[in-house]
Design a protein around this ligand. Structure first.
Ligand code: NAD
Length: 298
C-alpha cells in the first residue's frame, strides 16, 4: 500500500488537489490554519493535523498550496513549521506561487535538514484542479523529478521540468502576467460588445476568432456567458484578485530586476491593485469585468 502524503493548504486549489491524491489511493495527512478549510475536508478520508510539524512527523512527502511567500515561510520555517520535524530524505513540494528567490531560500533551509525542496506551481484554475488536469512547472534537483512527478500526475496532466529550484516559479510568473493581460482584455472586448448590444454573439465570435484565449473560452468574465465559472457565481471561489495582484507584483519585481519592459504587465498590476482597494480583493480576478462596468460611467 502507498505511504502517506502530507498536504498543507486546503483552499480553493489545495482542497480538490488533495482529494485527487486520495482518489489515487494515497493516504493524506492534512493541515490548514483556517478551521473552515479543514471542516470541508473532514469527510474526505484525510487525517487532519494540528500543525505543519505534525504533518512532517507523519509523512515524508509533503505538498504545500499556500497563498503567498510569507505563508510559505511560516509553514516551512515557523515555530511549528515543517522543518522543525522533517524526516531526513523527505521530499517537500511547494505548489504555491511565490517569489522564486524565496523558493531558493526554502530549498537551502530544507537541504540543511537533509530534505529536498522543489517548487511546482500550477496553472489551470479550480476547474482543472477538480478534473486533475493541472499543468505543473517544476524546479529543483533533476534526480528528484521522477519522485515528484509520481505524485503530481495524480493532480495534473502536464508535469514539466523547468530547471533548478525557482525556475518553476519563474515560468509561472510569466504565464500569470499574460493571464492578467488577457483577462482584462477579454473584459474590455466583451464590454464593448455589450455596448453594441451583443453579449452571447460577441463571446461566440471571439471564441472562433483570433482574439480567442483561455480568459474568453474557458473562464469568460461576463455573467451568463458560461456555466461553472466564477462569473456565473457572483465571482466567488476561483482565483482571488489579491492572489493575481501578488503574482503581478512578482512579475514587476522580476522585470525591474532584469530591466525588462513590461508595459502591459505593469498596467495590469495597477488595475488589480486598484481593484483590491475598491472591494474586489476577495472576489475572483475575472471580476475585472464588473470593475470596468462600475468605472465606465464616471
Ligand atoms: P486560497 O486562499 O483559496 O487557499 C490557501 C489556503 O492556505 C487557505 O485555506 C489558507 O487558510 C491556507 N493557509 C494560509 N496560511 C497558512 C498557514 N500558515 N498554514 C496553513 N495553511 C495556511 O488560495 P488558492 O486559490 O488555493 O491558491 C493557492 C496558491 O496557488 C496561491 O499561491 C495561488 O496564487 C496559486 N494558484 C491559484 C490558482 C487558482 O485558480 N485559485 C491557480 C493557480 C495557482
Amino acid at each position: 500500500s502507498k505511504t502517506p502524503v502530507g498536504f498543507i493548504g486546503l483552499g480553493n486549489m489545495g482542497n480538490p488537489m488533495a482529494k485527487n491524491l486520495l482518489k489515487h489511493g494515497y493516504p493524506v495527512i492534512a493541515y490548514d490554519v483556517f478551521p473552515n478549510a479543514c471542516k470541508e475536508f473532514q469527510d474526505s478520508g484525510a487525517q487532519l493535523m494540528e500543525s505543519p510539524a505534525d504533518v512532517a512527523e507523519r509523512a515524508d512527502r509533503i505538498i504545500t498550496m499556500l497563498p503567498s511567500s510569507p505563508n510559505a515561510v511560516e509553514v516551512y520555517t515557523g515555530q511549528s513549521g515543517i522543518l522543525k520535524k522533517v524526516k531526513k530524505g523527505s521530499l517537500l513540494i511547494d505548489s504555491s506561487t511565490i517569489d522564486p528567490a524565496m523558493s531558493k531560500e526554502l530549498a537551502k533551509a530544507a537541504e540543511k535538514m537533509g530534505a529536498v525542496f522543489m517548487d511546482a506551481p500550477v496553472s489551470g484554475g479550480v476547474g482543472a484542479a477538480r478534473a486533475g488536469n493541472l499543468t505543473f512547472m517544476v524546479g529543483g534537483v533533476e534526480q528528484e523529478f521522477a519522485a515528484a512527478k509520481e505524485l503530481l500526475t495524480c493532480m495534473g496532466s502536464n508535469v514539466v521540468y523547468c530547471g533548478e529550484v525557482g525556475t518553476g516559479q519563474a515560468a509561472k510568473i510569466c504565464n500569470n502576467m499574460l493571464l492578467a493581460i488577457t483577462m482584462i482584455g477579454t473584459a474590455e472586448a466583451m464590454n464593448l460588445g455589450i455596448r453594441f448590444g451583443l453579449t452571447q454573439a460577441v463571446a461566440k465570435i471571439l471564441n472562433m476568432s483570433s482574439g480567442r484565449c483561455w480568459s474568453s473560452d474557458t473562464y469568460n468574465p461576463v455573467p451568463g456567458v458560461m456555466e461553472g465559472v466564477p462569473s456565473a457565481n457572483n465571482y466567488q471561489g476561483g482565483f482571488g484578485t489579491t492572489l493575481m495582484t501578488k503574482d503581478l507584483g512578482l512579475a514587476q519585481y522580476s522585470a525591474t530586476d532584469t530591466k525588462t519592459p513590461i508595459p502591459l504587465g505593469s498596467l495590469s498590476h495597477q488595475i488589480y491593485r486598484i481593484m483590491c482597494a475598491k472591494g474586489y480583493a476577495q472576489k475572483d480576478f475575472s471580476s475585472v469585468f464588473q470593475f470596468l462596468r462600475e468605472e465606465e460611467n464616471l
